[in-house]
Write a protein that binds this ligand. Structure first.
Ligand SMILES: [Zn+2]
Length: 85
């Protein structure tokens, strides 16, 4: 009885563990934006994971995303501060 429940639980766990267990993918992956290969032995070694599991980007694109986000946030802030008309 214990054996059965453990096996069932183990099967479900293993699937979840595989995704969470390895922070760095073993195989080289492509940047979602500029599509360069990221991985060991390549120019870009550290992939930056995107939110919501949308893949990975290289540092250059990550920095670019950050800049864009910061600018957009600043623009939004200005629009809020400035009177509508
Ligand atoms: Zn890139």
């Amino acid at each position: 009885m214990i054996e059965t429940s453990e096996r069932e639980r183990g099967a479900g766990r293993k699937e979840a563990m595989r995704e969470h267990g390895s922070p760095q993918p073993a195989r080289p992956i492509h940047c979602r934006i500029c599509t360069i290969i990221i991985g060991r032995g390549y120019e870009e070694k550290r992939p930056i994971p995107l939110t919501h599991g949308r893949g990975f980007v290289c540092w250059q694109c990550y920095a670019s995303i950050r800049r864009q986000a910061a600018r957009r946030a600043a623009e939004r802030q200005e629009a809020e501060d400035a009177p509508a008309r």
